[in-house]
Design a protein around this ligand. Structure first.
Ligand code: ATP
Ligand code: MG
Length: 587
Protein backbone atom coordinates (compact mmCIF):
# COMPACT_ATOMS: atom_id res chain seq x y z
CA UNK A 1 0.00 0.00 0.00
CA UNK A 2 1.38 3.41 -0.93
CA UNK A 3 1.21 6.40 1.40
CA UNK A 4 -1.64 7.97 -0.59
CA UNK A 5 -3.62 4.70 -0.65
CA UNK A 6 -3.16 4.49 3.09
CA UNK A 7 -4.50 8.03 3.53
CA UNK A 8 -7.47 7.43 1.23
CA UNK A 9 -8.38 4.27 3.15
CA UNK A 10 -9.20 6.63 6.07
CA UNK A 11 -10.80 9.35 3.96
CA UNK A 12 -13.01 6.70 2.32
CA UNK A 13 -14.81 6.09 5.58
CA UNK A 14 -16.05 9.69 5.51
CA UNK A 15 -16.93 9.82 1.83
CA UNK A 16 -20.63 10.58 2.51
CA UNK A 17 -19.68 13.61 4.60
CA UNK A 18 -17.17 14.61 1.96
CA UNK A 19 -19.70 14.35 -0.88
CA UNK A 20 -22.25 16.40 1.14
CA UNK A 21 -19.59 19.00 1.81
CA UNK A 22 -18.53 19.24 -1.81
CA UNK A 23 -22.18 19.56 -2.93
CA UNK A 24 -22.57 22.47 -0.51
CA UNK A 25 -19.37 24.05 -1.84
CA UNK A 26 -20.76 23.63 -5.38
CA UNK A 27 -24.04 25.41 -4.39
CA UNK A 28 -22.13 28.21 -2.76
CA UNK A 29 -19.82 28.61 -5.76
CA UNK A 30 -22.68 28.59 -8.27
CA UNK A 31 -24.45 31.30 -6.25
CA UNK A 32 -21.44 33.58 -6.73
CA UNK A 33 -22.58 34.01 -10.33
CA UNK A 34 -25.63 35.93 -9.20
CA UNK A 35 -24.15 39.10 -7.70
CA UNK A 36 -21.91 40.18 -10.63
CA UNK A 37 -24.75 39.31 -13.02
CA UNK A 38 -27.21 41.52 -11.09
CA UNK A 39 -24.61 44.29 -10.86
CA UNK A 40 -24.45 44.26 -14.69
CA UNK A 41 -28.26 44.51 -14.93
CA UNK A 42 -28.28 47.42 -12.46
CA UNK A 43 -25.77 49.33 -14.62
CA UNK A 44 -27.42 48.53 -18.00
CA UNK A 45 -31.13 48.42 -17.15
CA UNK A 46 -31.54 50.58 -14.02
CA UNK A 47 -28.87 53.27 -14.36
CA UNK A 48 -28.64 53.49 -18.16
CA UNK A 49 -32.07 52.07 -19.11
CA UNK A 50 -33.98 54.07 -16.46
CA UNK A 51 -35.96 51.14 -15.00
CA UNK A 52 -35.70 52.49 -11.45
CA UNK A 53 -38.57 50.28 -10.18
CA UNK A 54 -36.31 47.21 -10.60
CA UNK A 55 -33.59 48.51 -8.23
CA UNK A 56 -35.20 47.50 -4.91
CA UNK A 57 -35.95 43.94 -6.08
CA UNK A 58 -32.46 43.53 -7.53
CA UNK A 59 -30.78 44.76 -4.31
CA UNK A 60 -33.08 42.43 -2.32
CA UNK A 61 -31.94 39.55 -4.52
CA UNK A 62 -28.30 40.55 -3.89
CA UNK A 63 -28.93 40.45 -0.12
CA UNK A 64 -30.79 37.10 -0.22
CA UNK A 65 -28.03 35.48 -2.32
CA UNK A 66 -25.38 36.76 0.06
CA UNK A 67 -27.25 35.49 3.14
CA UNK A 68 -27.87 32.06 1.58
CA UNK A 69 -24.19 31.79 0.57
CA UNK A 70 -23.08 32.72 4.06
CA UNK A 71 -25.33 30.04 5.60
CA UNK A 72 -24.09 27.38 3.17
CA UNK A 73 -20.51 28.41 3.83
CA UNK A 74 -21.02 28.16 7.57
CA UNK A 75 -22.49 24.67 7.10
CA UNK A 76 -19.68 23.29 5.00
CA UNK A 77 -16.93 24.84 7.10
CA UNK A 78 -18.51 23.24 10.15
CA UNK A 79 -18.86 19.82 8.48
CA UNK A 80 -15.29 19.94 7.10
CA UNK A 81 -13.91 20.74 10.55
CA UNK A 82 -15.97 17.96 12.14
CA UNK A 83 -14.98 15.42 9.47
CA UNK A 84 -11.30 16.32 9.76
CA UNK A 85 -11.32 15.96 13.55
CA UNK A 86 -13.16 12.63 13.41
CA UNK A 87 -10.90 11.29 10.69
CA UNK A 88 -7.80 12.38 12.57
CA UNK A 89 -9.07 10.76 15.75
CA UNK A 90 -9.45 7.44 13.85
CA UNK A 91 -6.05 7.85 12.23
CA UNK A 92 -4.28 8.69 15.51
CA UNK A 93 -5.93 5.71 17.13
CA UNK A 94 -4.77 3.42 14.30
CA UNK A 95 -1.20 4.75 14.41
CA UNK A 96 -1.13 4.42 18.20
CA UNK A 97 -2.30 0.81 18.00
CA UNK A 98 0.43 0.14 15.45
CA UNK A 99 2.99 1.66 17.81
CA UNK A 100 1.82 -0.73 20.51
CA UNK A 101 1.97 -3.72 18.16
CA UNK A 102 5.53 -2.94 17.16
CA UNK A 103 8.36 -5.04 18.53
CA UNK A 104 11.51 -4.11 20.43
CA UNK A 105 13.48 -3.74 17.17
CA UNK A 106 11.10 -0.96 16.08
CA UNK A 107 11.69 0.94 19.33
CA UNK A 108 15.44 0.40 19.02
CA UNK A 109 15.28 2.05 15.58
CA UNK A 110 12.84 4.92 16.23
CA UNK A 111 13.44 7.72 18.67
CA UNK A 112 10.64 8.71 21.05
CA UNK A 113 10.74 12.27 19.68
CA UNK A 114 10.21 10.98 16.11
CA UNK A 115 7.19 8.96 17.15
CA UNK A 116 5.76 11.91 19.10
CA UNK A 117 6.16 14.09 15.98
CA UNK A 118 4.23 11.55 13.90
CA UNK A 119 1.30 11.76 16.32
CA UNK A 120 1.35 15.55 16.71
CA UNK A 121 2.85 17.79 13.99
CA UNK A 122 2.35 15.34 11.13
CA UNK A 123 -1.23 14.60 12.17
CA UNK A 124 -1.95 18.31 12.29
CA UNK A 125 -0.72 18.80 8.71
CA UNK A 126 -3.18 16.06 7.64
CA UNK A 127 -6.01 17.63 9.64
CA UNK A 128 -5.36 21.00 7.99
CA UNK A 129 -5.48 19.33 4.57
CA UNK A 130 -8.82 17.65 5.25
CA UNK A 131 -10.37 20.67 7.00
CA UNK A 132 -9.18 23.38 4.63
CA UNK A 133 -7.05 22.39 1.64
CA UNK A 134 -9.47 19.88 0.05
CA UNK A 135 -12.39 22.29 -0.12
CA UNK A 136 -10.16 25.25 -0.98
CA UNK A 137 -8.71 23.47 -4.01
CA UNK A 138 -12.16 22.35 -5.11
CA UNK A 139 -13.82 25.73 -4.46
CA UNK A 140 -11.11 27.72 -6.19
CA UNK A 141 -11.06 25.43 -9.22
CA UNK A 142 -14.83 25.61 -9.44
CA UNK A 143 -14.92 29.41 -9.09
CA UNK A 144 -12.28 29.75 -11.77
CA UNK A 145 -14.20 27.47 -14.12
CA UNK A 146 -17.59 29.14 -13.45
CA UNK A 147 -16.09 32.60 -13.95
CA UNK A 148 -14.56 31.52 -17.26
CA UNK A 149 -17.86 30.06 -18.49
CA UNK A 150 -19.67 33.26 -17.49
CA UNK A 151 -17.11 35.44 -19.26
CA UNK A 152 -17.47 33.20 -22.32
CA UNK A 153 -21.23 33.91 -22.33
CA UNK A 154 -20.45 37.65 -22.24
CA UNK A 155 -17.72 37.61 -24.88
CA UNK A 156 -15.49 34.75 -25.95
CA UNK A 157 -12.62 37.02 -27.12
CA UNK A 158 -12.32 38.42 -23.64
CA UNK A 159 -12.49 34.92 -22.13
CA UNK A 160 -9.74 33.60 -24.41
CA UNK A 161 -7.48 36.48 -23.36
CA UNK A 162 -8.10 35.57 -19.74
CA UNK A 163 -7.29 31.87 -20.35
CA UNK A 164 -3.89 32.84 -21.79
CA UNK A 165 -2.38 32.99 -18.27
CA UNK A 166 -3.56 29.45 -17.42
CA UNK A 167 -0.71 27.31 -18.85
CA UNK A 168 1.87 29.51 -17.11
CA UNK A 169 0.00 29.15 -13.79
CA UNK A 170 -0.10 25.34 -14.08
CA UNK A 171 3.58 25.23 -15.03
CA UNK A 172 4.65 27.39 -12.07
CA UNK A 173 2.48 25.45 -9.60
CA UNK A 174 4.12 22.16 -10.70
CA UNK A 175 7.56 23.76 -10.44
CA UNK A 176 6.83 25.01 -6.92
CA UNK A 177 5.52 21.60 -5.81
CA UNK A 178 8.71 19.93 -7.00
CA UNK A 179 11.01 22.57 -5.53
CA UNK A 180 9.40 22.69 -2.12
CA UNK A 181 9.20 18.91 -1.50
CA UNK A 182 12.74 18.34 -0.14
CA UNK A 183 12.43 21.47 2.00
CA UNK A 184 9.32 20.12 3.71
CA UNK A 185 10.99 16.73 4.24
CA UNK A 186 13.84 18.57 5.91
CA UNK A 187 11.37 20.49 8.11
CA UNK A 188 9.77 17.25 9.32
CA UNK A 189 13.20 15.76 10.05
CA UNK A 190 14.28 18.82 11.99
CA UNK A 191 11.00 18.94 13.88
CA UNK A 192 11.50 15.31 14.96
CA UNK A 193 15.03 16.08 16.15
CA UNK A 194 13.81 19.11 18.06
CA UNK A 195 11.14 16.98 19.75
CA UNK A 196 13.73 14.33 20.59
CA UNK A 197 16.04 16.92 22.13
CA UNK A 198 13.25 18.26 24.35
CA UNK A 199 12.01 14.78 25.28
CA UNK A 200 15.50 13.50 26.17
CA UNK A 201 16.33 16.56 28.20
CA UNK A 202 13.10 16.45 30.15
CA UNK A 203 13.35 12.66 30.77
CA UNK A 204 17.07 12.79 31.52
CA UNK A 205 16.82 15.98 33.52
CA UNK A 206 18.32 14.39 36.65
CA UNK A 207 21.43 13.22 34.77
CA UNK A 208 21.83 16.67 33.19
CA UNK A 209 21.72 18.26 36.64
CA UNK A 210 23.96 15.64 38.25
CA UNK A 211 26.67 16.30 35.67
CA UNK A 212 26.02 20.07 35.64
CA UNK A 213 25.59 19.88 31.86
CA UNK A 214 22.84 22.50 31.59
CA UNK A 215 24.94 24.79 29.40
CA UNK A 216 25.98 21.91 27.15
CA UNK A 217 22.34 20.84 26.78
CA UNK A 218 21.21 24.41 26.12
CA UNK A 219 23.79 24.64 23.34
CA UNK A 220 22.67 21.28 21.96
CA UNK A 221 19.05 22.40 22.05
CA UNK A 222 19.94 25.72 20.44
CA UNK A 223 21.57 23.83 17.58
CA UNK A 224 18.37 21.83 17.07
CA UNK A 225 16.24 24.94 17.46
CA UNK A 226 18.38 26.82 14.92
CA UNK A 227 18.27 23.82 12.60
CA UNK A 228 14.48 23.81 12.67
CA UNK A 229 14.30 27.59 12.15
CA UNK A 230 16.71 27.33 9.21
CA UNK A 231 14.67 24.50 7.68
CA UNK A 232 11.51 26.63 7.90
CA UNK A 233 13.35 29.66 6.49
CA UNK A 234 14.81 27.54 3.71
CA UNK A 235 11.31 26.44 2.71
CA UNK A 236 10.11 30.03 2.97
CA UNK A 237 12.96 31.14 0.70
CA UNK A 238 11.67 28.71 -1.92
CA UNK A 239 7.98 29.57 -1.77
CA UNK A 240 8.79 33.29 -1.41
CA UNK A 241 10.08 33.17 -4.99
CA UNK A 242 6.79 31.79 -6.32
CA UNK A 243 4.16 33.75 -4.37
CA UNK A 244 4.89 37.11 -6.15
CA UNK A 245 4.65 35.33 -9.53
CA UNK A 246 1.15 34.14 -8.67
CA UNK A 247 0.30 37.66 -7.43
CA UNK A 248 1.57 39.10 -10.71
CA UNK A 249 -0.37 36.56 -12.79
CA UNK A 250 -3.57 37.32 -10.91
CA UNK A 251 -3.06 41.08 -11.44
CA UNK A 252 -2.38 40.42 -15.13
CA UNK A 253 -6.01 39.38 -15.42
CA UNK A 254 -7.07 42.81 -14.18
CA UNK A 255 -4.79 44.49 -16.76
CA UNK A 256 -6.14 42.27 -19.54
CA UNK A 257 -9.76 42.90 -18.55
CA UNK A 258 -9.49 46.67 -18.44
CA UNK A 259 -7.33 46.90 -21.52
CA UNK A 260 -9.24 44.47 -23.79
CA UNK A 261 -12.66 45.10 -22.14
CA UNK A 262 -12.13 48.88 -22.16
CA UNK A 263 -11.31 48.85 -25.90
CA UNK A 264 -14.41 46.71 -26.54
CA UNK A 265 -16.70 49.09 -24.59
CA UNK A 266 -15.21 52.08 -26.42
CA UNK A 267 -15.74 50.32 -29.76
CA UNK A 268 -19.25 49.38 -28.64
CA UNK A 269 -18.82 45.64 -29.08
CA UNK A 270 -19.91 45.08 -25.41
CA UNK A 271 -21.96 47.26 -23.07
CA UNK A 272 -20.61 48.95 -19.94
CA UNK A 273 -22.91 46.70 -17.86
CA UNK A 274 -21.24 43.62 -19.40
CA UNK A 275 -17.84 44.99 -18.42
CA UNK A 276 -19.11 45.53 -14.85
CA UNK A 277 -20.38 41.90 -14.84
CA UNK A 278 -17.04 40.58 -16.05
CA UNK A 279 -15.12 42.68 -13.50
CA UNK A 280 -17.45 41.17 -10.86
CA UNK A 281 -16.21 37.73 -11.93
CA UNK A 282 -12.63 38.89 -11.88
CA UNK A 283 -12.00 38.00 -8.19
CA UNK A 284 -13.17 34.45 -9.02
CA UNK A 285 -10.23 34.22 -11.44
CA UNK A 286 -7.83 36.27 -9.34
CA UNK A 287 -8.34 34.49 -6.08
CA UNK A 288 -7.48 30.95 -7.26
CA UNK A 289 -4.28 32.26 -8.84
CA UNK A 290 -3.34 34.11 -5.70
CA UNK A 291 -4.11 31.03 -3.58
CA UNK A 292 -2.29 28.56 -5.85
CA UNK A 293 1.12 29.07 -4.21
CA UNK A 294 -0.22 28.76 -0.67
CA UNK A 295 -2.30 25.71 -1.49
CA UNK A 296 0.70 24.09 -3.20
CA UNK A 297 2.62 24.61 0.08
CA UNK A 298 -0.14 23.14 2.23
CA UNK A 299 -0.53 20.21 -0.16
CA UNK A 300 3.19 19.40 -0.07
CA UNK A 301 3.28 19.70 3.72
CA UNK A 302 0.40 17.23 3.84
CA UNK A 303 2.06 14.80 1.40
CA UNK A 304 5.30 14.89 3.40
CA UNK A 305 3.49 14.18 6.66
CA UNK A 306 1.49 11.29 5.20
CA UNK A 307 4.69 9.81 3.78
CA UNK A 308 6.47 10.19 7.14
CA UNK A 309 3.68 8.51 9.11
CA UNK A 310 3.23 5.77 6.54
CA UNK A 311 6.94 5.00 6.29
CA UNK A 312 7.13 4.74 10.10
CA UNK A 313 4.38 2.17 10.39
CA UNK A 314 4.27 0.51 6.96
CA UNK A 315 6.49 -2.41 7.90
CA UNK A 316 4.53 -5.11 9.65
CA UNK A 317 6.11 -6.06 12.98
CA UNK A 318 8.32 -9.12 12.51
CA UNK A 319 7.13 -10.61 15.75
CA UNK A 320 3.42 -11.27 15.69
CA UNK A 321 0.89 -13.98 16.41
CA UNK A 322 1.06 -16.66 13.69
CA UNK A 323 -1.95 -17.55 11.56
CA UNK A 324 -2.87 -20.73 13.42
CA UNK A 325 -1.76 -19.82 16.91
CA UNK A 326 -1.84 -22.16 19.89
CA UNK A 327 -3.86 -20.60 22.69
CA UNK A 328 -3.14 -21.87 26.18
CA UNK A 329 -4.90 -20.26 29.09
CA UNK A 330 -2.28 -21.38 31.57
CA UNK A 331 1.08 -23.09 31.04
CA UNK A 332 2.54 -25.76 33.27
CA UNK A 333 5.86 -23.98 32.90
CA UNK A 334 8.15 -26.57 31.32
CA UNK A 335 10.73 -24.66 29.33
CA UNK A 336 13.34 -25.86 26.91
CA UNK A 337 15.97 -24.02 24.88
CA UNK A 338 17.24 -26.18 21.98
CA UNK A 339 20.41 -25.07 20.21
CA UNK A 340 19.40 -21.43 20.46
CA UNK A 341 21.56 -18.88 18.65
CA UNK A 342 20.80 -15.19 18.56
CA UNK A 343 22.46 -12.59 16.44
CA UNK A 344 21.55 -8.90 16.38
CA UNK A 345 22.63 -7.45 13.07
CA UNK A 346 26.10 -8.99 12.77
CA UNK A 347 26.82 -9.35 16.48
CA UNK A 348 26.67 -12.82 17.96
CA UNK A 349 24.81 -12.41 21.25
CA UNK A 350 23.93 -16.00 22.21
CA UNK A 351 25.53 -19.23 20.98
CA UNK A 352 24.13 -22.74 21.21
CA UNK A 353 22.05 -22.38 24.35
CA UNK A 354 20.59 -25.67 25.57
CA UNK A 355 18.72 -26.31 28.81
CA UNK A 356 15.49 -27.79 30.07
CA UNK A 357 13.49 -26.60 33.08
CA UNK A 358 10.72 -28.62 34.72
CA UNK A 359 7.49 -26.92 35.84
CA UNK A 360 7.79 -25.23 39.22
CA UNK A 361 11.59 -25.13 39.24
CA UNK A 362 13.55 -22.02 40.13
CA UNK A 363 16.34 -21.11 37.73
CA UNK A 364 19.17 -18.81 38.68
CA UNK A 365 21.09 -17.06 35.91
CA UNK A 366 24.41 -15.46 36.67
CA UNK A 367 27.14 -14.08 34.47
CA UNK A 368 29.18 -11.04 33.61
CA UNK A 369 27.45 -7.90 32.36
CA UNK A 370 26.60 -8.17 28.70
CA UNK A 371 26.85 -11.98 28.79
CA UNK A 372 23.29 -12.31 27.42
CA UNK A 373 21.17 -12.96 30.52
CA UNK A 374 18.41 -10.44 29.72
CA UNK A 375 18.52 -11.45 26.05
CA UNK A 376 17.79 -15.04 27.05
CA UNK A 377 14.57 -13.92 28.72
CA UNK A 378 13.71 -11.52 25.88
CA UNK A 379 13.81 -14.49 23.54
CA UNK A 380 11.58 -16.53 25.83
CA UNK A 381 8.96 -13.75 25.80
CA UNK A 382 9.46 -13.29 22.05
CA UNK A 383 10.54 -9.67 22.36
CA UNK A 384 13.09 -10.85 19.81
CA UNK A 385 13.06 -14.06 17.77
CA UNK A 386 15.83 -16.64 17.93
CA UNK A 387 18.10 -16.70 14.89
CA UNK A 388 18.49 -20.50 15.03
CA UNK A 389 17.12 -23.24 17.22
CA UNK A 390 13.87 -23.15 19.16
CA UNK A 391 12.39 -22.32 22.52
CA UNK A 392 9.48 -24.38 23.75
CA UNK A 393 7.07 -23.95 26.61
CA UNK A 394 5.16 -27.11 27.53
CA UNK A 395 6.54 -28.61 24.31
CA UNK A 396 5.14 -25.85 22.07
CA UNK A 397 7.45 -23.58 20.12
CA UNK A 398 6.94 -19.99 21.33
CA UNK A 399 6.77 -18.92 17.67
CA UNK A 400 3.56 -20.97 17.28
CA UNK A 401 1.85 -19.43 20.26
CA UNK A 402 -0.62 -16.62 20.49
CA UNK A 403 1.57 -13.69 21.51
CA UNK A 404 -0.92 -12.25 23.97
CA UNK A 405 -1.37 -15.64 25.62
CA UNK A 406 2.39 -16.23 25.83
CA UNK A 407 3.12 -12.89 27.46
CA UNK A 408 0.06 -13.08 29.68
CA UNK A 409 1.53 -16.25 31.18
CA UNK A 410 4.78 -14.50 32.02
CA UNK A 411 5.20 -12.06 34.89
CA UNK A 412 8.32 -10.04 34.23
CA UNK A 413 10.05 -7.56 36.48
CA UNK A 414 12.37 -5.90 34.01
CA UNK A 415 15.89 -4.74 34.69
CA UNK A 416 15.08 -1.08 34.01
CA UNK A 417 11.99 -0.44 36.10
CA UNK A 418 9.35 1.76 34.55
CA UNK A 419 6.48 3.07 36.65
CA UNK A 420 3.48 4.83 35.15
CA UNK A 421 2.22 8.19 36.42
CA UNK A 422 -0.42 6.52 38.54
CA UNK A 423 -1.08 5.46 42.12
CA UNK A 424 1.01 2.66 43.63
CA UNK A 425 -2.11 0.49 43.56
CA UNK A 426 -2.64 1.28 39.87
CA UNK A 427 0.98 0.42 39.09
CA UNK A 428 0.89 -2.92 40.93
CA UNK A 429 -2.50 -3.85 39.44
CA UNK A 430 -1.36 -2.89 35.90
CA UNK A 431 -1.39 -6.47 34.58
CA UNK A 432 -4.61 -7.40 36.33
CA UNK A 433 -6.78 -4.29 36.81
CA UNK A 434 -9.82 -6.34 37.87
CA UNK A 435 -8.11 -7.59 41.02
CA UNK A 436 -9.19 -6.64 44.54
CA UNK A 437 -7.24 -4.35 46.86
CA UNK A 438 -6.45 -7.35 49.07
CA UNK A 439 -4.73 -9.06 46.13
CA UNK A 440 -2.64 -5.93 45.47
CA UNK A 441 -1.62 -5.82 49.11
CA UNK A 442 -0.83 -9.55 49.12
CA UNK A 443 1.52 -9.12 46.11
CA UNK A 444 3.13 -6.10 47.81
CA UNK A 445 3.69 -8.16 50.97
CA UNK A 446 5.45 -10.93 49.01
CA UNK A 447 7.66 -8.26 47.39
CA UNK A 448 8.28 -6.77 50.85
CA UNK A 449 6.82 -3.49 49.65
CA UNK A 450 3.76 -3.23 51.89
CA UNK A 451 5.78 -1.76 54.77
CA UNK A 452 7.20 1.24 52.94
CA UNK A 453 3.98 1.79 51.00
CA UNK A 454 2.04 2.08 54.28
CA UNK A 455 4.48 4.80 55.33
CA UNK A 456 3.88 6.89 52.23
CA UNK A 457 1.64 10.01 52.47
CA UNK A 458 -1.37 8.35 50.90
CA UNK A 459 -0.16 4.74 51.14
CA UNK A 460 -1.47 2.81 48.12
CA UNK A 461 -3.09 5.94 46.65
CA UNK A 462 0.22 7.83 46.45
CA UNK A 463 0.97 8.91 42.90
CA UNK A 464 4.35 7.68 41.68
CA UNK A 465 6.01 7.58 38.25
CA UNK A 466 6.96 10.60 36.20
CA UNK A 467 4.87 13.23 37.96
CA UNK A 468 4.67 11.48 41.33
CA UNK A 469 6.62 10.92 44.48
CA UNK A 470 10.25 10.06 44.20
CA UNK A 471 11.02 6.46 45.13
CA UNK A 472 14.33 4.81 45.91
CA UNK A 473 15.78 2.28 43.44
CA UNK A 474 14.98 -0.63 45.79
CA UNK A 475 11.41 0.63 46.34
CA UNK A 476 10.81 0.84 42.60
CA UNK A 477 12.17 -2.69 42.15
CA UNK A 478 9.82 -4.02 44.81
CA UNK A 479 6.77 -2.34 43.21
CA UNK A 480 7.84 -3.82 39.88
CA UNK A 481 8.16 -7.25 41.51
CA UNK A 482 4.69 -6.95 43.05
CA UNK A 483 3.35 -5.97 39.61
CA UNK A 484 4.89 -9.08 38.04
CA UNK A 485 3.51 -11.36 40.76
CA UNK A 486 -0.01 -9.96 40.77
CA UNK A 487 -0.59 -11.26 37.26
CA UNK A 488 -0.50 -14.72 38.79
CA UNK A 489 1.71 -15.95 35.97
CA UNK A 490 2.94 -19.50 35.48
CA UNK A 491 6.41 -18.16 34.61
CA UNK A 492 8.04 -15.41 36.67
CA UNK A 493 11.12 -13.57 35.43
CA UNK A 494 13.04 -11.39 37.85
CA UNK A 495 15.75 -9.59 35.95
CA UNK A 496 18.11 -8.03 38.46
CA UNK A 497 15.04 -7.27 40.57
CA UNK A 498 16.65 -7.40 43.97
CA UNK A 499 19.98 -5.80 43.04
CA UNK A 500 19.06 -2.57 44.81
CA UNK A 501 17.60 -4.10 47.97
CA UNK A 502 19.63 -5.06 51.01
CA UNK A 503 20.48 -8.72 51.58
CA UNK A 504 18.05 -9.03 54.50
CA UNK A 505 15.11 -7.78 52.45
CA UNK A 506 16.24 -10.00 49.59
CA UNK A 507 16.27 -13.05 51.84
CA UNK A 508 12.76 -12.17 53.00
CA UNK A 509 11.53 -11.80 49.41
CA UNK A 510 13.11 -15.11 48.48
CA UNK A 511 11.49 -17.02 51.28
CA UNK A 512 8.13 -15.54 50.17
CA UNK A 513 8.81 -16.47 46.56
CA UNK A 514 9.77 -20.02 47.49
CA UNK A 515 6.37 -20.42 49.11
CA UNK A 516 4.63 -19.77 45.78
CA UNK A 517 3.67 -23.06 44.19
CA UNK A 518 3.21 -23.97 40.51
CA UNK A 519 5.48 -21.31 39.04
CA UNK A 520 8.65 -21.56 37.11
CA UNK A 521 10.85 -18.74 38.34
CA UNK A 522 13.88 -17.22 36.61
CA UNK A 523 16.10 -15.12 38.82
CA UNK A 524 18.81 -13.14 37.05
CA UNK A 525 21.34 -11.73 39.47
CA UNK A 526 24.94 -10.78 40.04
CA UNK A 527 24.90 -11.79 43.69
CA UNK A 528 25.38 -15.46 44.45
CA UNK A 529 23.10 -15.00 47.49
CA UNK A 530 20.20 -14.22 45.12
CA UNK A 531 20.39 -17.51 43.27
CA UNK A 532 22.19 -20.06 45.39
CA UNK A 533 18.96 -21.81 46.42
CA UNK A 534 17.78 -22.21 42.82
CA UNK A 535 17.12 -25.73 41.48
CA UNK A 536 19.19 -25.00 38.41
CA UNK A 537 21.85 -22.34 38.01
CA UNK A 538 23.02 -21.28 34.56
CA UNK A 539 26.35 -19.52 34.37
CA UNK A 540 26.59 -17.38 31.26
CA UNK A 541 29.72 -15.97 29.75
CA UNK A 542 30.05 -14.22 26.45
CA UNK A 543 26.72 -15.55 25.15
CA UNK A 544 27.40 -19.18 26.09
CA UNK A 545 26.40 -21.38 28.99
CA UNK A 546 29.69 -21.96 30.75
CA UNK A 547 28.41 -24.13 33.56
CA UNK A 548 25.08 -25.36 34.87
CA UNK A 549 23.87 -27.30 37.88
CA UNK A 550 22.82 -26.51 41.44
CA UNK A 551 24.87 -24.55 43.95
CA UNK A 552 26.60 -27.54 45.46
CA UNK A 553 27.54 -29.17 42.15
CA UNK A 554 28.89 -25.87 40.79
CA UNK A 555 30.97 -25.27 43.91
CA UNK A 556 32.32 -28.83 43.61
CA UNK A 557 33.21 -28.11 39.97
CA UNK A 558 35.58 -25.36 41.09
CA UNK A 559 35.02 -23.41 37.91
CA UNK A 560 33.79 -19.87 37.19
CA UNK A 561 30.89 -20.05 39.67
CA UNK A 562 33.25 -21.21 42.38
CA UNK A 563 35.55 -18.26 41.69
CA UNK A 564 32.68 -15.78 41.85
CA UNK A 565 31.40 -17.40 45.03
CA UNK A 566 34.82 -17.21 46.62
CA UNK A 567 35.20 -13.65 45.53
CA UNK A 568 31.86 -12.54 46.95
CA UNK A 569 31.83 -14.62 50.12
CA UNK A 570 35.61 -14.46 50.61
CA UNK A 571 35.45 -10.66 50.65
CA UNK A 572 32.56 -10.87 53.07
CA UNK A 573 34.53 -13.19 55.39
CA UNK A 574 37.48 -10.78 55.22
CA UNK A 575 35.18 -7.90 56.17
CA UNK A 576 33.63 -9.80 59.11
CA UNK A 577 37.12 -10.87 60.20
CA UNK A 578 38.40 -7.28 60.02
CA UNK A 579 35.44 -5.98 62.06
CA UNK A 580 35.89 -8.65 64.70
CA UNK A 581 39.51 -7.57 65.08
CA UNK A 582 38.27 -3.93 65.35
CA UNK A 583 40.18 -2.98 62.19
CA UNK A 584 39.04 -1.32 58.97
CA UNK A 585 38.19 -3.22 55.82
CA UNK A 586 40.16 -2.02 52.83
CA UNK A 587 39.49 -4.83 50.31
P1 ATP B 1 23.60 -7.11 32.42
O1 ATP B 1 24.07 -8.02 33.48
O2 ATP B 1 24.44 -5.90 32.34
O3 ATP B 1 22.17 -6.84 32.48
P2 ATP B 1 23.06 -9.00 30.31
O4 ATP B 1 23.74 -10.29 30.54
O5 ATP B 1 21.63 -8.93 30.69
O6 ATP B 1 23.88 -7.84 31.01
P3 ATP B 1 22.16 -8.45 27.67
O7 ATP B 1 21.32 -7.26 27.93
O8 ATP B 1 21.46 -9.72 27.43
O9 ATP B 1 23.26 -8.64 28.79
O10 ATP B 1 23.06 -8.12 26.40
C1 ATP B 1 23.95 -9.04 25.87
C2 ATP B 1 24.72 -8.40 24.72
O11 ATP B 1 23.89 -8.23 23.64
C3 ATP B 1 25.31 -7.04 25.05
O12 ATP B 1 26.59 -6.99 24.50
C4 ATP B 1 24.38 -6.07 24.37
O13 ATP B 1 25.09 -4.94 23.95
C5 ATP B 1 23.90 -6.90 23.19
N1 ATP B 1 22.51 -6.62 22.79
C6 ATP B 1 21.42 -6.85 23.51
N2 ATP B 1 20.32 -6.53 22.81
C7 ATP B 1 20.74 -6.09 21.62
C8 ATP B 1 20.09 -5.59 20.44
N3 ATP B 1 18.78 -5.47 20.35
N4 ATP B 1 20.85 -5.20 19.41
C9 ATP B 1 22.19 -5.29 19.48
N5 ATP B 1 22.85 -5.76 20.54
C10 ATP B 1 22.15 -6.14 21.61
MG1 MG C 1 20.53 -7.63 31.75
Amino acid sequence: MTASQWFFSFLKKYRLNLITELILVTFSSVLTIVNPYISGIIVDDVIKGGHKELLLNLVLLLIITTVVRSIIRYMYLFIFEKTSQRMLCTMRDYVYRRFLEEDFTFYNKNRTGDLMSRQTGDMDAIRHFVAFVIYSIYENSLLFFIALVMIFTVDYHLALCMIAVMPLTVFITCKQLRAIKPAFHNIRKRFSSLNTAVQENVSGNRVVKAFAKENFEIEKFNRENDGYRDAELNAAAIWRKYIPIFEFLSSTLTFILYLVGGIMVVKGSISLGKLVTVSGYLWMLNNPLRMAGWLANDYQRFVTSVEKIHSTIKEEPVIKTPGKAVVHKRFKGEIEFKHVNYRAEDDVILTDINFRISPGQTVGIIGTTGSGKSTLMNLLCRFYDVTDGEITIDGINVKDMDLYCLRNNVGMAMQDVFLFSDTIEGNIAYGNPACTFEEVQEAAKIADADGFIQNMPEDYDTIVGERGMGLSGGQKQRISLARALLKNPSIVILDDTTSAVDTETEAHIQSQLNALANRTVFIIAHRISSIKDADVILVLNNGKILESGNHESLIAKKGYYYTVFNHQYGEFDKYIGARQKGGRYNG
